[in-house]
Design a protein around this ligand. Structure first.
Ligand code: NDP
Length: 343
């Protein structure tokens, strides 16, 4: 290994945000790569996934996963190539899915790696449509949403990796699919490329009215990705026996306080009771981890037959990770956000 390659670059979590994250919550450092011990591999990050859940990991409150540690590389899923190996199961050049975080190189004992094979047409897709977001879309929709022919399905963050997959799977199940997305370009893409029946821009001043007009038969499934004002507009439209898979609430991930206004919990609970609405949260790997092979065998043929569209938002350079992450939380991404890390 050359002198240059012994240096690692990493983004550490420098501080926990109070509200919206800023670039100052991260610190870029150069570190020496440690020598490999027997049974270890050196991973070179080729793609780093940026996902909304990372905002939660920056906090130290109670959650389904431990917080990211201060002064350690920020956590994250990666697609890596093995740069050097002292592990019997891995050869230099092997492609793997890892959890090595926001850094260029990492040492692993192999226990957190999934082999991807060495003939993948799109290695980065293991972080999106064939990975955690695609799996999340599939399980949340099929198991909790239970889509049926002729039903109306609404999904927000409609052009992101979860929402776009949910909507396309819903169409295959015969649903009328209404997306919610930020901006005209995303809405056009949802209709023209993803095949949704309608898509409503949540930035428009008459968002709630436009959503109601697009859902004239009410809503049977609301796949919840964002919460906030989208939930407020959806909730009155939910039909009797509607299902609400609660996947994410990205509009509120940086909020510390409850919104102003009267407590609407009794009204919401009464509607859930009277309309027999089923609201169910899920955490993909905790709830469905053992069903990943089932997902893959359903999704791979859809991709091979080009029955499903997948869009990536690729940003070059590890140095751009904090800004790209902040932008993704604010809807400035258009598709699955990945950082391509040059050699
Ligand atoms: P995206 O790539 O779609 O990025 C998030 C998107 O959320 C933004 O692009 C933006 O899209 C939208 N958004 C942000 N703020 C708001 C707001 N205030 N109102 C409406 N929309 C907003 O994300 P993913 O597809 O990766 O994830 C979607 C959801 O799924 C997230 O909530 C995530 O946490 C959740 N998730 C949950 C998992 C689980 O196990 N439960 C696993 C994986 C993901 P736009 O510009 O279109 O509004």
């Amino acid at each position: 290994m050359s002198k240059q390659q012994t240096q690692n670059h990493a983004w550490l979590l420098a501080s926990r945000p109070t509200g919206e994250p800023t670039k100052e919550n991260f610190r870029f450092v150069e570190q020496v790569i440690p020598e490999l011990n027997e049974g270890e591999v050196l991973l070179r990050t080729v793609y780093l996934s940026l996902d909304p859940y990372m905002r939660g990991r920056m906090d130290d409150g109670e959650s389904y996963a431990p917080p990211a540690e201060l002064d350690k590389p920020m956590v994250g899923g990666t697609v890596c190539q093995v740069a050097a190996s002292k592990h019997a199961d891995y050869q230099q050049g092997d492609w793997v899915l890892g959890q090595s975080g926001w850094q260029q190189y990492a040492v692993s004992d192999g226990s957190d790696l999934v082999k991807l094979g060495n003939d993948l047409p799109h290695p980065s897709w293991a972080l999106g449509i064939l990975g955690m977001p695609g799996f999340t879309a599939y399980m949340g929709l099929m198991n909790i949403g239970q889509p049926k022919e002729g039903e109306t399905l609404v999904v927000a963050a409609a052009t992101g990796p979860v929402g776009a997959t949910v909507g396309q799977l819903g169409k295959m199940k015969g649903c009328r699919v209404v997306g919610v997305a930020g901006g005209e370009e995303k809405c056009r893409y949802a209709i023209e490329t993803l095949g949704f029946d309608a898509c409503v821009d949540h930035h428009s001043s008459d968002f709630a009215g436009q959503l109601a007009a697009a859902c004239s038969a009410g809503i049977d499934i609301y796949y919840e990705n964002v919460g906030g004002k989208v939930f407020d507009a959806v909730f009155p439209l939910l039909n009797t026996a509607a299902r609400v898979p609660v996947c994410g609430l990205v509009s509120g991930y940086s909020s510390r306080d409850l919104p102003d206004g009267p407590d609407r919990t009794p009204m919401i609970m009464a509607a859930i009771l009277k309309r027999r609405i089923r609201v169910q949260g899920f955490i993909i790997f905790q709830d469905y981890g053992d069903r990943y092979p089932e997902f893959l065998s359903a999704m791979k043929p859809l991709i091979e037959d080009k029955k499903i569209h997948y869009r990536e938002h690729v940003i070059e350079g590890l140095e751009n990770a904090p800004q790209a992450f902040i932008d993704m939380l604010n809807g400035k991404n258009f598709g699955k956000t990945v950082i391509k890390v040059p050699e």
